[in-house]
Design a protein around this ligand. Structure first.
Ligand SMILES: Nc1ccn([C@H]2C[C@H](O)[C@@H](COP(=O)(O)O)O2)c(=O)n1
Ligand SMILES: [Zn+2]
Length: 163
């Protein structure tokens, strides 16, 4: 009989986006994104960070004050779109840990992505999130909050016959 405790496609792709987020150097919020086609093939991934060649050690990570991270950070969703290397993203789905902002929503719409699956919406009342939802719904992009069956998914690098 086949295994019964395998993860769903949604859990798999959200898991990949959470793993991508582990690459983020942002000390406050780590976000990952995973773009998938209708055949369940991963087209691209990304996480929030500074642009290529712009040092993680020189640019600021502060949230407040004179010099903040906000003008410099590339969001996970935009990085995933840009990392797709020219592949068509038409009718694709983007899995992302945190609901996309308005700037990413514009890129999502323009790239042809048709569904946003997210886990957290911690900035639900921010202007950028409200504008994002307005844009995505006008453009007919589906938004779906993922409700995973389990709270955690453990990965181990140890060899373990039970894994
Ligand atoms: N959907 C999102 C939302 C935010 N981000 C990035 C941008 C920043 O690096 C960080 C948010 O920082 P915070 O204000 O929570 O300290 O997350 C993203 O990539 N995608
Ligand atoms: Zn964004």
């Amino acid at each position: 009989m086949k295994r019964q405790d395998y993860i769903s496609w949604d859990e798999y792709f959200m898991g990949v986006s959470l793993l991508a987020a582990k690459r983020s150097k942002d000390p406050n919020t780590q976000v990952g994104a995973c773009i998938v086609d209708s055949n369940h093939v991963i087209l691209s991934t990304g996480y929030n960070g500074f642009p290529l060649g712009c040092s993680d050690d020189e640019l600021p990570w502060a949230r407040t004050g004179e010099d903040t991270k906000y003008p410099y950070v590339v969001h996970a969703e935009l990085n995933a779109i840009l990392n797709s290397g020219g592949k068509s993203l038409r009718d694709a789905t983007i899995y992302v840990g945190l609901f996309p902002c308005n700037e990413c929503a514009k890129a999502i719409i323009q790239s042809g992505i048709r569904e946003v699956v997210y886990l957290d919406d911690k900035y639900a009342n921010a202007k950028s999130t409200l504008a994002s939802k307005r844009l995505l719904s006008m453009a007919g992009v589906k938004m779906r909050k993922l409700k995973p069956r389990e709270k955690t998914l453990v990965l181990s690098f140890e060899s373990n016959p039970d894994r």
